[in-house]
Design a binder for this molecule. Structure first.
Ligand code: ADP
Ligand code: MG
Length: 563
């Protein structure tokens, strides 16, 4: 029998999300979306309530990266929307698929500038910060709205989509037939490059004396780990993972050149970029990191990315999995092999650097004073034993040292500050990882980085998620002992005496404060085994930590002692 029931826009929106396999929503409720969230729960969705919208939207974006389906976030109008907008922009910058839904106020009041409760023109404001914005003015458009949002978020270069949900549409009604709810067919269509493009790339690889591969988070997102592992196993070409691409090929692979990064990049004659942009993280492709004569191959879904920083000699447009499906057999057939003398050079350089590192690590385990290495190596020890553990991270030195010291052996298990290097993302990502996978999460945080999303500890405790937050506390941004004016707290100074572990206890979690490697290891092992929300305050000296971590070169330097 035909269902002639008039369903609310809210009801139909939930049906459309569920029809697209979306069952989790991250957000903060208030006018006009509170009942919408309640109804979503009643209809079987899970709603995860946050303390700040940006963390909720980050969580949805993280869910998108981990699952390959757009994560969904919900906010209230104006201020809630604006708080979420930063994270919508970040998701788009990171190429993470996300749908941010915000309730909005009355069009006729906003458009006439009459002053509505939390009323601004959200639909138009969102546009520059996402792939597309859609406003749903009628309940009957819900099916189309969600189908469009899903396809837009995951097709081509993935990114954020904004859905504007006016209060009037939430209570507007339509029948199911009118709402036309469907799942788009193959929302991210396979895209193969031509044979000519493949041959161009293979010929460069075949003739390379010093080939290298840079793997970016696009390759992680594209689930191309099997193809990439096959490629390096067959060709022996050394690879370098970008931060969130760690684990696409295991960090403990014999083919990694991670310990000889600058040597490999500056001496390579052919570099293949796989889902990595030549942006600021790769010195925009410039010297001294890269040789001006190096030839580039790039596997990338968005053709406007090619030549954005320097000439791409063999562009391969398509989705990474499909491109590699053609490239790997073609390279094998052509007999592509990295020359042994190049591999020997990379290995010699790696061995030298690894030996240096091993000494510092050993010293950090014996020292009475805790430092970054002593605080972070126990995390690595856990990851080697339990590779299916998620790492999220933010900070400067905590982020940099954590990236180097924690080996990842599974893809999409590391989420961090991303393409903009922003703070305030890690706990949202961590919550998403725990919710979407049920696996344990370790957050590696600077004390400053933690401040941007620290209230989400309450969220983590409320849902009893298996997340251990390690705060490496040097009492400052970068470090905590620089006061340019005598008897005045400097701009980078935070409370070194803060007892961050007490925050967890306040919400029913566990807390530890540690002062050396042995204490850190014991606390972390206990926290990990307990599967309970835990904060570990790792006390390191205020003097430790480099200004801006590894990217101090981006600081304009001023004369702070003017005559
Ligand atoms: P990283 O910071 O790890 O270097 P980037 O975010 O700079 O990574 O680059 C990721 C790139 O991957 C983006 O240019 C994006 O367009 C691309 N990308 C994302 N998904 C796919 C896919 N399925 N196939 C091909 N390219 C993709
Ligand atoms: Mg700090």
């Amino acid at each position: 029998m035909e269902d002639n029931t008039a369903y609310s826009g809210a009801d139909l929106l939930i049906d459309a999300l569920q029809a697209n396999g979306i069952n989790n929503m991250y957000g903060i409720v208030g006018i006009p979306v509170t009942d919408f969230a309640r109804l979503a729960e009643i209809k079987g969705m899970k709603f995860y309530g946050f303390r700040r919208e940006d963390a909720a939207v980050d969580a949805a974006a993280g869910a998108g990266f981990i699952t390959g389906k757009p994560g969904v976030a919900l906010t209230v109008s104006a201020p809630g929307f604006l708080n979420g907008l930063t994270a919508l922009a970040q998701a788009t910058e990171n190429s993470f698929p996300l749908i941010m839904i915000s309730g909005s106020s009355s069009r006729h009041i906003i458009d006439m500038g009459r002053g509505d409760y939390e009323g601004i023109d959200q639909y138009n404001l969102a546009k520059p910060f996402c792939k597309a914005a859609y406003r749903v003015d009628r309940a009957q458009d819900m099916g189309l709205a969600v189908a469009r949002a899903v396809r837009t978020a995951v097709s081509g270069r993935p990114g954020g989509v904004y859905l504007d949900l006016p209060a009037a549409t939430i209570s507007d009604t339509a029948t199911k037939a009118e709402a036309n709810i469907f799942e788009p067919v193959e929302p991210a269509l396979a895209q193969y490059p031509s044979d000519a493009a493949i041959n161009r790339a293979v010929s460069l690889l075949k003739n390379a004396k010093h080939p290298a591969i840079i793997i970016g988070k696009g390759a992680a997102y594209a689930r191309s780990e099997n193809e990439l592992r096959e490629l390096v196993d067959k060709t022996n070409i050394p690879f370098l993972p970008m931060s969130m691409a760690k684990g696409v090929i295991p960090d403990n692979s014999v083919h990694t050149a991670a310990s000889a990064r600058s040597f490999t990049l500056s001496n390579a004659d052919v570099i293949m970029l796989v889902g990595a942009r030549l942006n600021w993280m790769l010195s925009n492709g410039e010297a001294p990191l890269f040789n001006p004569n190096t030839k580039f191959i790039q596997i990338e879904i968005d053709a406007t990315e090619f030549d954005s920083n320097r000439k791409i000699d063999a562009p391969l447009q398509g989705d990474i999995k499909s491109v590699l499906e053609k490239l790997v057999p073609a390279a094998e057939k052509a007999g592509v092999k990295a020359p042994q003398d190049w591999l020997d050079q990379v290995k010699a350089e790696s061995d030298k650097n690894n030996a240096k590192f091993a000494k510092i690590i050993e010293a950090s385990h014996k020292s009475d004073t805790l430092g970054y290495f002593g605080a972070i190596t126990p995390i690595n020890e856990i990851l080697q034993e339990h590779p299916d553990t998620y790492i999220v991270s933010e900070g400067a030195n905590a982020l940099d040292d954590g990236r180097n010291l924690v080996g990842m052996n599974l893809p999409r298990h590391r989420l961090d500050t991303g393409s903009w290097g922003v703070m305030g993302v890690a706990l949202g990502y961590g919550i998403a990882a725990a919710v979407e996978t049920g696996r344990p999460v370790i957050a590696i945080e600077g004390d400053s980085g933690f401040g941007f999303d620290g209230m989400e500890v309450e969220t983590i405790c409320r849902y009893n998620l298996p997340i251990t937050i390690v705060i490496i506390n040097n009492g400052g941004i970068y470090n905590g002992d620089r006061n340019p004016v005598k008897d005045q707290l400097g701009p980078t100074v935070l409370s070194h005496s803060a007892r961050y572990e007490e925050i967890a206890k306040a919400f029913g979690g566990n807390g530890y404060r540690v002062n050396n490697y042995a204490e850190m290891k014991k606390a972390l092992d206990e926290a990990y085994a307990s599967k309970k929300p835990t904060v570990i305050d790792a006390q390191i000296p205020v003097s430790m930590g480099k200004e801006s971590g590894h990217i101090g070169n981006l600081n304009p330097e001023l004369d702070l002692d003017p005559a």
